[in-house]
Design a protein around this ligand. Sequence first.
Ligand code: NAD
Ligand code: IPM
Ligand code: MN
Length: 354
Amino acid sequence: SDAFEILLLPGDGIGPEVVAAATRVLDAAAGRFGLELRYEERRIGATAIREEGAPVSEETLRRAGEADAVLLGAVGDPEFDGGKVRPEAGLLALRRVLGTFANLRPVAAVPALSGSSPLRARLVEGVDLLIVRELTGGAYFGEKEEGEERASDLSVYTRGEVERVARVAFEAARGRRGRVASVDKANVLATSRLWRRTVEEVARDYPDVALEHVLVDAAAMHLVTNPGRFDVILTENLFGDILSDEAAVLPGSMGMLPSASLGEPGSPGIFEPVHGSAPDIAGKGVANPYATILSAAMMLRYGLGRPEAAEAIERGVSAAVEAGYLTPDLGGSSDTEEVAEAVVRRVTAEEGAA
Ligand code: NAD
Ligand code: IPM
Ligand code: MN
């Protein structure tokens, strides 16, 4: 059927502002493509701690499991920095419960934005890469110890965990330029050596895909000195977190990077911008909504199986960017709502034009 249940988790800071922008665009796409999107909105993060006593409630986790997809804004609030209960724990619990082990973070240079990147235009031109970040393992989810004098975060990976996310990366490479760069720290870490061995094994099933291994320190350098060398970057949870923020300098702002967090086929994905709650600009109405709007497009493609609606949103975003609808992070003076409206008009107007 063409009716879908979407759980909205706007969260904290700029989260509600960018999710509101994205649902306006989704509604425009739904109208055009005859989809019925039914939204339920719930709390996560600092707002959930304040109102419900926990960063995500059992009921919200249950509703997430029943939804067709989850669209999330951001979590995090300086009020809880250093506290015992953290807003971020809500997002981690959600990822764990939904089993979203593969986080797809596409990074593409936008010609109209080449002036927004601190890098030379010739380095950024034509960049089109996909970070496949493992999302439910490693140091994030290992056993923790937090004492006054000693703390530890155990980083564990199993062969199965590496294999399933590696397959996602190789499959993605097949539909792109056929190259996977697996990023690890195999010269030091045991988990990375297991990672590398496992990725080598998976690669045998994909003789048409070229695999290289890159150590994470060198990869961090290549990402800003020669980003064009990358097609698919496959990496573990913590490295992927760090490299994806670094990759935001390619389009020029955190506000441009969307993501899809996917689990086993049939289980709901989480569609979330790469950026955080941006407390420094929250409540001002100037947050860049493109990352969340593009995450909504990924939701239509990967979560709801409606690629034509996803593409209409992506074309609407490109056209709005080219027309100069840019928020201050990109050097422009548009506000969040103006950007959302500019995309809505383009998604809607295409109807007659196309
Ligand atoms: P951040 O991504 O929130 O902000 C980093 C910088 O980028 C800030 O200067 C911010 O203003 C800017 N920025 C980010 N998104 C923007 C947007 N859409 N438009 C315009 N500018 C944008 O990272 P941070 O400041 O390190 O973290 C703030 C809080 O967010 C922390 O509590 C952190 O834990 C949380 N966080 C949450 C997520 C998530 O929910 N997925 C991701 C990252 C950080
Ligand atoms: C992200 C965020 C999260 C992460 C935090 C908020 C738990 O930084 O989605 O990139 O580290 O995964
Ligand atoms: Mn991050």
